[in-house]
Design a protein around this ligand. Structure first.
Ligand code: ASP
Ligand code: MG
Length: 451
């Protein structure tokens, strides 16, 4: 049987932030007949409110947060034609949230937090479905927990891919052939029936997982930026949108600080060769970026990225001269302190490295505990430099092309570069500059290479 095209469209928090945003997103959905499944985040700010509530708050704070939440939701409800009916439903959900928030104030738990936080997506999908319905288009609200079975690692639950494929076939596919289906990103359900979440920002992952399960032709991610740019447009207003990019390049950009959707969340799309479109729901006609496994062109230079708050650790020891095992010892100490190293350069008697804070909420500097510094100091002389920024040039075949060093460092001659990493990866060349020079360095490099 030949199947018509199927696109999974995901809208992030800002794209469902209020009534107008939801209507813009509804326009996008309804103008693209191949969009059969819509995945939504909670309205902007809602997840943060719910997370704060789940941490257990005194009663007055609880009330303030609940009021804020109610204001966001009722502002949308009040503009619906069926406001009276929907208001009742929303107020029931808000009452339930209040109850759970009371519980969390007594005994907070990860399990309770997921239950609480899941209401953000339940509310946004309820309201968005109503907006579509009021346009006269048949629509079904779908509880994603019926198909998104996960482990019970609350807060970071792992989805059961095989179960999702099976349940999607039997439950979701029949619904999609009937009408448009609206469902929640981010949330799931463990074996005992308790609600779980896939981790903050997990809606992209949900969309990719559902795209995989339904063998979608494309996954559209609608957000508040018009795709991926050659550098951060807030730093360089003339940054150019990249029309097509590979998952690999996008991953490299994300790792080096670009605010692009993290390709790790798109793994299900990558492994099934499903293209992912990224665009702005505020300006859909402006187009966006398509992320593919393979693009027609793989330019030498793709983008310039910036990552701030870098700490450089330089370790000197004469014992290193012709010695064996010094680096092993240094890395063993860092591993014992649970620190993952980001960049490394070495000379005969010293090693310089930066600390990896991906996944860590703390500032680089606070990773350097007294315990760690004492242990390192017993081995060598330690120097710490803070407030550095990492500028990375992302591209392809960088180590196989001639003259790159001359070109890049020629442009950068006015800056003092504290560390340079080049050679380990074909996809990037990066260096540390003083934090105060960071934006200037990005502008200079971008202007020379892309403008
Ligand atoms: N609403 C969730 C969050 O803010 C999931 C998402 O938006 O992707 O983390
Ligand atoms: Mg989001």
């Amino acid at each position: 049987m030949s199947q018509s095209a199927l696109i999974v469209a995901k809208f992030g928090g800002t794209s469902v932030a209020d009534f107008d945003a939801m209507n813009r997103s509804a326009d996008i959905v309804l103008s693209r007949s191949d969009v059969k499944l819509v995945v939504l985040s909670a309205s902007a700010g809602v997840t943060n409110l719910l997370v704060t509530l789940s941490e257990g708050q005194p009663v007055t704070v609880r009330q303030q947060l609940l009021e804020k939440l109610a204001r966001i939701q009722y502002a949308i409800v009040d503009k619906l034609r069926a406001a009276v009916v929907i208001r009742e439903e929303v107020s029931r959900i808000l009452e339930n949230i209040a109850l759970l928030a009371d519980k969390a104030a007594l005994t907070p738990s990860a399990c309770l937090a997921d239950e609480l936080v899941s209401h953000g997506e339940l509310l946004s999908t309820l309201l968005f479905s109503e907006i579509i319905r009021e346009r006269g288009v048949p629509v079904q609200w779908f509880d994603v927990r019926r198909v998104m079975k996960t482990s019970n690692r609350f807060g970071h639950a792992e989805p059961d891919i095989a179960a999702l494929a099976e349940l999607s076939d039997s439950v979701l596919t029949p619904l999609i052939t009937e009408s448009l289906v609206i469902t929640q990103g981010f949330i799931g359900c463990e074996a005992g029936g308790l609600t779980t979440t896939l981790g903050r920002g997990g809606s992209d992952y949900t969309a990719a997982l559902l795209g995989e399960a339904l063998k979608a032709q494309r996954i559209d991610i609608w957000t508040d930026v018009q795709g991926i740019y050659t550098t951060d447009p807030r730093i360089v207003p003339t940054a150019k949108r990249i029309d097509e990019i590979t998952f690999e390049e996008a991953a490299e950009m994300a790792t080096f600080g670009a605010r692009v959707l993290h390709p790790a969340t798109l793994l299900p799309a990558v492994r099934n060769d499903i293209p992912v479109f990224v665009g702005s729901s505020q300006a859909p006609e402006g187009g966006g970026t398509i992320v593919y496994n393979q693009t027609r062109q793989q330019p030498l230079f793709r983008a310039v990225t910036l990552r701030r708050n870098q700490t450089l650790l330089t370790l000197h020891s004469l014992n290193m001269l012709h010695a064996r095992g010094f680096l092993a010892e240094v890395f063993a100490i860092l591993a014992r302190h649970d620190i993952s190293v980001d960049l490394v350069t070495t000379s005969e008697v010293s090693v310089a490295l930066t600390l990896d804070t991906t996944g860590s909420t703390s500032h680089h500097g606070s990773l350097l505990t007294t315990g760690l510094l004492t242990e390192l100091s017993s081995l060598c002389r330690v120097e710490v430099e803070e407030n550095l920024s990492l500028v990375a040039l992302i591209g392809n075949q960088l180590t196989q092309s001639q003259g790159i060093g001359k070109e890049v460092f020629g442009v950068m001659e006015q800056f003092s570069l504290r560390m340079i990493c080049y050679g380990a990866s074909n996809y990037n060349l990066c260096f540390l500059v003083p934090g105060n020079d960071a934006e200037h360095a990005v502008r200079t490099l971008h202007q020379h290479i892309f403008e």
